[in-house]
Design a protein around this ligand. Structure first.
Ligand code: ZN
Length: 199
C-alpha cells in the first residue's frame, strides 16, 4: 500500500535496504531528509557518491583509503617491521583508536570459513605472503577475531609463515570468544596486544 507519494516511498525503500535499518528507521530517516535544507542533502549525496567512487584498497596493506598508499603505510615514523593482521578495516580502526600501536597492518577482508565456503584465496592472504617476501618484516601479529573463523585463519596463517623464520604471534585471548574486535574497549584491546603469545 502506498500511503505516501511514490518519491517518499522510494526513499523509504532505499533506506530500508541498508544494514541495521528497519522499516521504522527508514521512514524516520526519509522524513528527516525531506525536512533538511536542500543544500545539506546535496552535500550528503555528493559525499556518498564520491566516497563510493574514490575509496579503494591500499596497495600495500589493503585497508580502505582514497589514496594509492594509505596514511599509515605512507608514514615513515611507523614501525614497518611489525605487521598486524586484522579481518576488517573496522578492526584496524579499533587498534588505531588506542593510539598505542606503532606498527603497520594487513587487512584480510574476511576470515577463512569452510562452512560459508570462504577459502584462503577469498581473502587477502596471498597479498600478505607477497609482502613478507618483499619487505623486511620481523614480526607478524595475528589479530583476527576469536571466533571459529578467526582462529582457523590464525592457525592457517601461522603455518604458512613459520617456515620463513619470521616471528608469528597471536593476540591474547582476553578478547571474548566470538567477540568482534571493533566492539571491544581499548583497555581490553591493549591487554590482548601486550599479552600476545608467540605461535
Ligand atoms: Zn596501507
Amino acid at each position: 500500500m502506498d500511503y505516501y507519494s511514490s518519491q517518499i516511498s522510494k526513499l523509504i525503500e532505499q533506506f530500508s535496504r541498508l544494514p541495521g535499518i528497519g522499516p521504522k528507521s527508514a521512514q524516520r530517516l526519509a522524513f528527516h531528509l525531506i525536512h533538511m535544507p536542500a543544500e545539506q542533502v546535496r552535500e550528503l549525496a555528493d559525499t556518498m557518491v564520491s566516497a563510493r567512487e574514490n575509496v579503494r584498497y591500499c596497495k600495500c596493506c589493503h585497508t580502505l583509503t582514497d589514496q594509492e598508499i594509505c596514511p599509515i603505510c605512507a608514514n615513515s615514523k611507523r614501525n614497518h617491521k611489525t605487521i598486524m593482521v586484522v579481518e576488517t578495516t573496522r578492526d584496524l580502526a579499533a587498534y588505531e583508536k588506542t593510539g598505542k600501536y606503532d606498527g603497520v597492518y594487513h587487512v584480510l577482508h574476511g576470515a577463512i570459513s569452510p562452512m560459508l565456503g570462504v577459502g584462503p584465496n577469498d581473502i587477502k592472504l596471498k597479498e600478505l605472503i607477497q609482502r613478507l617476501q618483499q619487505e623486511d618484516v620481523e614480526e607478524v601479529i595475528i589479530a583476527t577475531n576469536s571466533s571459529l573463523e578467526g582462529e582457523t585463519t590464525a592457525m592457517y596463517i601461522s603455518k604458512l609463515i613459520k617456515p620463513t623464520g619470521i616471528k608469528v604471534s597471536r593476540i591474547a585471548s582476553g578478547v571474548p570468544v566470538g567477540g568482534d574486535l571493533e566492539y571491544i574497549d581499548e583497555v581490553t584491546l591493549l591487554r590482548a596486544l601486550d599479552g600476545r603469545v608467540e605461535l
